[in-house]
Ligand binder design. Structure first.
Ligand SMILES: Cc1cc2nc3c(=O)[nH]c(=O)nc-3n(C[C@H](O)[C@H](O)[C@H](O)COP(=O)(O)OP(=O)(O)OC[C@H]3O[C@@H](n4cnc5c(N)ncnc54)[C@H](O)[C@@H]3O)c2cc1C
Length: 393
């Protein structure tokens, strides 16, 4: 099999869907969030402005929201969905509202997730759905379940409602044949999430992988967990779906471990996370007859490594069992060049009311500061493309 050639530095393909104006706006945005002080003070100023009723929604909507989100509701996302689909890049509708921890809010979120599944059903432009367990369950309840603490009668009922909600979502995904990711979260609720995801896989992954759990390789115990999970799927005769990520809560994890005086679950350094991440990819490819994967990463080396693993295992680029995924508004050089080469790729497209997705937007801004490096990457890609277009004219 001939592996398609991919050049991740090809900015013409990366930004083929972007007008000059859009590119210039992205440039200004990434330049701004490259300033650490602005990202540190920005959220406080924005929250204050909202609480004072100042009209800042419009500015946010045109700038950071436009860069990282699809719209305020599911219908608003249609434009972004169609544009990406045109270039062989799929969409994963991500209802990113981080609301209050109330039963009615959890119910409303579950309903919205069901809508994303319905929208994805039979739609080649939307290959997956996704949900976060904390979007439909109280964090402290999950922490109690995770710690094996004794639940009160009221909590038992509450947890059974959580299970019921998750089952409704996964059952709908199964009936409508829409693959769905269960996102990974903080380590002190992750056993509870893993338990719920495994239960769902046992129920709905008998014929193929519909439910995908997520593994964070910034944890030093997760490669062993992946091994165990694959063995469990084989022993219990179900297909194992997994999204592989490095992990998003590193600072929080370190802080809690220090405060509570237990061993930090995070790897000793970035290289160890990278090594385990890539080993995770290799392990999954080795077991591809049982395992379906999605590499949720902005890391170019890992993407390239996965394409080489596929080639060595004679897996076609468009094999349904191997997906690549990035976040909307980031790493288009990976998504669009992979899509162009015929690989399966999809982007998380967050949506929700502007005010409700602010925590998501703040996290994106944080991770894109000059300190964390990604802003520099995005900025230089946009800059290269603007220069290329100028020279071509
Ligand atoms: C499609 C998609 C879905 C995602 N879903 C989830 C999810 O469900 N749960 C979740 O937690 N995250 C999720 N993420 C975020 C992800 O975990 C990473 O935070 C983010 O993608 C950056 O990692 P990277 O692989 O892209 O690349 P890189 O930029 O190469 O790696 C950065 C990551 O390396 C790790 N790292 C950095 N420094 C160190 C260090 N000193 N020691 C150890 N490790 C270090 C951290 O995880 C950091 O985020 C998702 C990301 C994508 C693209």
């Amino acid at each position: 099999m001939n592996q398609p050639k991919i050049d991740f530095s090809n900015t013409q393909i990366a930004f083929q869907n972007k007008s000059n104006n859009e590119l210039r706006n992205s440039y200004i945005l990434f330049k701004s969030i490259g300033y650490n002080w602005l990202v540190q003070t920005g959220p406080k100023i924005i929250e204050l402005a909202f609480s004072l009723g100042l009209p800042i929604k419009g500015i946010i909507k045109k700038t950071v929201f436009h860069q990282f989100c699809g719209g305020e509701n599911i219908n608003d996302c249609e434009n972004a969905i169609q544009i990406m689909h045109q270039y062989n890049v799929g969409t994963i509708l991500d209802y990113s509202v981080e609301g209050e921890e109330r039963e009615d809010v959890f119910e409303a979120t579950a309903q919205e997730i069901l809508q994303t599944i319905k929208k994805a059903s039979g739609n080649p432009a939307i290959p997956f759905s996704v949900f976060k367990v904390t979007g439909i369950a109280r964090f402290e309840l999950l922490a109690k379940v995770n710690a094996n603490s004794v639940l009160t009668e009221v909590e038992k009922e509450e947890f059974s409602r959580v299970k019921h909600r998750i089952n409704r979502i996964c059952e709908a995904a199964y009936k409508l044949q829409v693959r769905i990711f269960v996102d990974a979260e903080e380590s002190w609720i992750q056993d509870a999430i893993d338990g719920l995801a495994t239960e769902m896989m046992l129920l709905y992954n008998k014929e193929k992988a519909i439910i995908y759990n997520t593994i964070q390789f910034y944890r030093h115990d997760r490669l062993a967990f992946l091994n165990k999970s694959i063995a469990d799927a084989a022993a219990n005769n179900y297909f194992y779906g997994v999204k592989l990520v490095r992990g998003a809560y590193m600072e929080k994890e370190a802080l809690r471990a220090q405060e509570k005086n237990y061993l930090n679950p995070i790897q000793v350094n970035k290289a160890a996370s990278d090594t385990d991440y890539n080993a995770g990819l290799a392990l999954c490819i080795e077991h591809i007859n049982r395992v379906s994967i999605c590499a949720g990463t902005h890391n170019e080396d890992s993407c390239r490594y996965l394409t080489s693993l596929m080639q060595n295992a004679n897996i076609e680029p468009n094999d349904e069992r191997v997906y690549f995924s990035q976040l909307f508004g980031m790493s288009d050089n990976l998504s669009y060049n992979l899509g162009n080469a015929g690989y399966r790729v999809a982007k998380y497209l967050p949506y929700g009311p502007v005010k409700a997705v602010l925590p998501y937007l703040f996290r994106r801004a944080q991770e894109n500061t000059s300190v964390k490096g990604q802003a520099g990457r995005e900025l230089s890609l946009v800059q290269t493309e603007l220069r290329r277009r100028n020279a071509a004219n």
